[in-house]
Design a protein around this ligand. Structure first.
Ligand code: FMN
Length: 158
């Protein structure tokens, strides 16, 4: 499985989560993990799984990630698995907002179904650190993503 993981990170916490996800997916295929600024021009040739990750800032993804999202077209994404995650404070998303949910809603508006629901990983404070156990949880989420994508739909329908 060929994965492209594009992330943004102001203080390094989302980057650490991205690295944990990339390291896990690397055990089952090729992974290219790039910062959002390095993702242009956007080339999805050969990409089976696209993962986007952003810190939650002002209830949304970062400005750079929002700009990147504007560049995707449904045609470009069709036939590829897509997933997204964020980092944010550990409270209900009703109180904190969620970058991943905002990214997911952009894909939903394009008619793109996500491989897994948007996921959040938590920081203790604005600059971090990550809450205990979040790197391990990121590795589990990555494995779940892989299983979801590699397991044919009919095999999990019942
Ligand atoms: C300008 C700014 C706005 C933020 N807004 C939110 C927010 O709306 N909800 C939230 O849960 N966290 C918010 N945070 C905290 C960030 O989510 C936290 O800094 C981020 O998860 C750290 O990830 P990073 O180290 O990759 O930048 C904000 C942080 C900054 C700097």
């Amino acid at each position: 499985m060929n994965t492209l993981l594009i992330y943004d990170s102001q203080y390094g916490n989302t980057e650490r989560i991205a690295t944990a996800i990339a390291d896990t997916l690397r055990t089952v295929g090729d992974v290219r993990a790039v910062r959002v600024g390095e993702a242009q021009p956007l080339d999805l040739t050969g990409v089976d799984l696209l993962v986007l990750g952003s810190p939650t800032q002002g209830w949304n993804a970062t400005k750079a990630m929002q700009e990147l999202l504007k560049g995707f077209s449904p045609e470009q994404l069709r036939g590829r698995a897509v997933a997204c995650f964020d980092t944010r404070f550990q409270m209900s998303h009703w109180l904190t907002g969620s970058a991943a949910r905002r990214i997911a809603s952009v894909f939903e508006r394009m008619g793109i179904e996500l491989a897994e629901p948007p996921e959040s990983f938590f920081v203790e404070h604005t600059e971090g650190p990550l809450c205990t156990g979040e790197l391990a949880r990121a590795a589990v989420w990555a494995r779940l993503l892989f299983d979801r994508i590699e397991t044919p739909r009919h095999a999990i329908a019942h």
